[in-house]
Design a binder for this molecule. Structure first.
Ligand SMILES: Nc1ncnc2c1ncn2[C@@H]1O[C@H](COP(=O)(O)OP(=O)(O)OP(=O)(O)O)[C@@H](O)[C@H]1O
Length: 231
């Protein structure tokens, strides 16, 4: 679907992403993992096409266009608009006509009861759910999630993960950033480990126990501790 070839990204002379190569195949569910400042969000923006590599390429291997749903870490919502107005606005903008899909999404995310509320009166978790709904409203082929589950209660997180898993099984491709082991182990098929702008490892989720033992000996910054926090 997408091939990253020696992607490097610099900002103000600082190298934020160093020479990353990798392939994202249709139906993948990849978790980008690593300490704060490792470059995960920057890599996700490069995959989304929101940033351009300083060198190297990010190539769409399909002939047909890929629709991308990018859910940023920062909420991109309008305080004085209702939940319903947000959804209607983005439905129109993305020309989404599959009402069944949109209704299912509203149901799963528990947004039904807050449709008439303004964003300013939503709880933090609710606002995050609306942020996710907007990013996914057009049934994207490639779903890119940057910390989409922060502050979401456990029951809703379970429903969201089940739904994302279902979309993944229907053919959607998922690349997500999460520090939450519950999220990673529930849906990720593989992990890409970033540290200091480099892709230092990638492995199938089935190897996570073995990798946890290995990273016990890793001398890098926070990775050992991050794995240690896994139950
Ligand atoms: N617009 C920018 N200008 C300059 N430096 C930036 C910019 N955006 C990010 N950086 C720097 O790039 C590095 C990687 O940031 P990035 O947000 O990609 O990391 P991250 O792994 O997603 O971190 P976190 O887990 O904290 O979200 C950091 O050192 C950050 O300070």
């Amino acid at each position: 679907m997408l091939a990253l070839n020696d992607v490097t990204y610099k900002r103000k002379k600082k190298v934020l992403i160093k020479d990353i190569s990798g392939e994202i195949k249709q139906g993948d569910c990849i978790s980008l993992f690593g300490p704060n400042g490792a470059g995960k969000s920057t890599l996700l923006k490069l995959i989304a096409g929101l940033e351009t590599p300083s060198s190297g390429t990010c190539v769409n291997e399909n002939q047909e266009k890929i629709s991308i749903g990018y859910v940023p870490q920062q909420l991109a919502l309008f305080d004085h608009m209702t939940v319903r107005d947000h959804l209607t606005y983005y439905e129109k903008m993305t020309k989404q006509i599959n009402q069944r899909y949109v209704n299912e999404m509203i149901e799963v995310l528990g947004l039904k009861d807050v449709l008439n509320l303004n964003v300013e009166s939503l709880s933090g978790g609710m606002a995050r759910k609306l942020n996710l709904a907007i990013g996914l409203i057009h049934e994207p082929d490639l779903i890119l999630l940057d910390e989409a589950f922060v502050g979401v209660d456990l029951a809703t997180k379970h429903d969201m993960l089940t739904w994302l898993h279902q979309l993944n099984e229907q053919g959607a491709t998922n690349v997500m950033i999460s520090h939450d082991w519950h999220v990673i182990e529930h849906i990720a098929q593989s992990m890409w480990i970033l540290d200091d702008g480099e892709l230092i490892d990638r492995f199938p989720i089935a190897q996570v126990d073995q990798k946890q033992r290995e990273y016990g000996y890793y001398t890098g910054r926070d990775l050992r501790k991050m794995f240690a926090l896994r139950r």
